[in-house]
Write a protein that binds this ligand. Structure first.
Ligand SMILES: [Zn+2]
Length: 343
């Protein structure tokens, strides 16, 4: 079968490889769609992966084979790639901190010992059966490929404590930022403002329900002074991953407010700021997501409350185009929307 493999820094190969073989506790999934995300572009530039099945991890597909010990009824189910429930065995789990389960945190970055060495830019993938989440009725297959970033956004908004009537600022209107803006509104925010250097992304975040969007350093401060209580944002999400953005997040949040740094990988190291203390700001970090976040994201997508279809390009690309799309994304920054791969 065909699979797109990362061979080194800026080296992508469309290869003919062996079909994945079943092992106990695993399922084989025929991939219908796989989103190209920012972390795929990072991996392309570095030539390194945090773990095996990472390059292409935003996938949806159909279970075609199940390993020993798993019921045959799983065959034919449409599933998305997720994380397992807490294992109950590791030290954090035994101490009662299932939300920090080591197995879950490892599987978020694709460290799945049962998984194929390649990711889901492929016709099929083998994964640990505990990592698949059945798709509810009523979600388009393209939309379903956004379930992983949607779960990351659900996790961040849950962590933030955004509530009724809040003023929210979202820095970075990439895929995660767009979803965080939508979900903040669903969580009860009265006003949502966004910051992004790309005009097209500023327009899109407003189309999806935000009230205003600004280029970095242009106007968000004035907007906040004229919005709600005028004291600044109750909650600021940094979805950009840059230290400068974290600095501006601390300036835009009101005294006593909350800043949430959103991420999946642990690559970024936000520099701590004395401003945090001076302004008595709560800084929350949000890492990845849990199986419960996936279920919430899918439920919101199934009844059309969380709209994801504007966040990806409607034309899918084939496996042969993955390399050129990622090269283009690496060269041009993030002007274009997410592409979905249809093997
Ligand atoms: Zn555990």
């Amino acid at each position: 079968m065909r699979a797109v493999l990362l061979r080194g820094p800026e080296q992508i190969e469309l290869a003919d490889i062996e079909e994945p073989e079943l092992v106990e506790g695993s399922v084989i999934v025929a991939i219908d769609r796989c989103g190209i995300g920012g972390s795929d572009v990072e991996a392309f530039l570095d030539g390194k992966l945090p773990a095996g099945a990472w390059f292409g991890h935003e996938w949806v597909g159909q279970v075609v084979e199940v390993g020993a010990g798993l019921p045959d009824r799983f065959v034919g189910e449409v599933v998305v790639g997720a994380v397992p429930p807490p294992c109950g065995q590791c030290r954090p789990c035994r101490a009662g901190y299932g939300s920090h389960c080591r197995l879950v945190l490892e599987m978020i970055v694709g460290a799945d010992p049962l998984a194929s060495k390649h990711g889901a830019f492929a016709e099929a993938i083998r994964v640990d059966a505990r990592r698949v989440q059945r798709l509810p009725e009523g979600i388009d297959v393209n939309d379903a490929a956004l379930s992983e970033p949607a779960a990351v956004a659900v996790h961040a908004v849950e962590r933030s404590g955004v509530g009724l009537g809040d003023v929210v600022v979202v820095i970075g209107a990439g895929t995660i930022g767009l979803l965080v803006a939508e979900l903040s509104r669903l969580a009860g925010a009265a006003q949502v403002g966004a910051v992004d250097p790309e005009p097209a992304r500023r327009e899109l975040v407003c189309d999806l329900g935000s009230d205003a969007a600004f280029a970095p350093g242009e106007g968000i401060g004035r907007w906040l002074s004229q919005t709600g209580h005028g004291l600044g944002a109750d909650v600021v999400f940094d979805c950009s991953g840059s230290d400068e953005a974290l600095g501006s997040a601390v300036r835009e949040v009101r005294r006593g407010g909350t800043v949430v740094a959103v991420g999946v990988s642990s690559r970024k190291s936000p520099s701590p700021s004395a401003k945090l203390i001076e302004r008595e700001v709560t800084l929350r970090a949000s890492l990845g997501y849990t199986i419960a976040d996936v279920q919430r994201a899918l439920a919101l997508m199934a009844d059309d409350r969380l709209r994801v279809s504007r966040i990806y390009q409607s034309e899918t690309v084939g496996l042969g185009e993955v390399g050129s799309v990622i090269e283009r994304l690496a060269a041009s920054g993030r002007a274009e929307l997410k592409s979905l791969v249809q093997p």
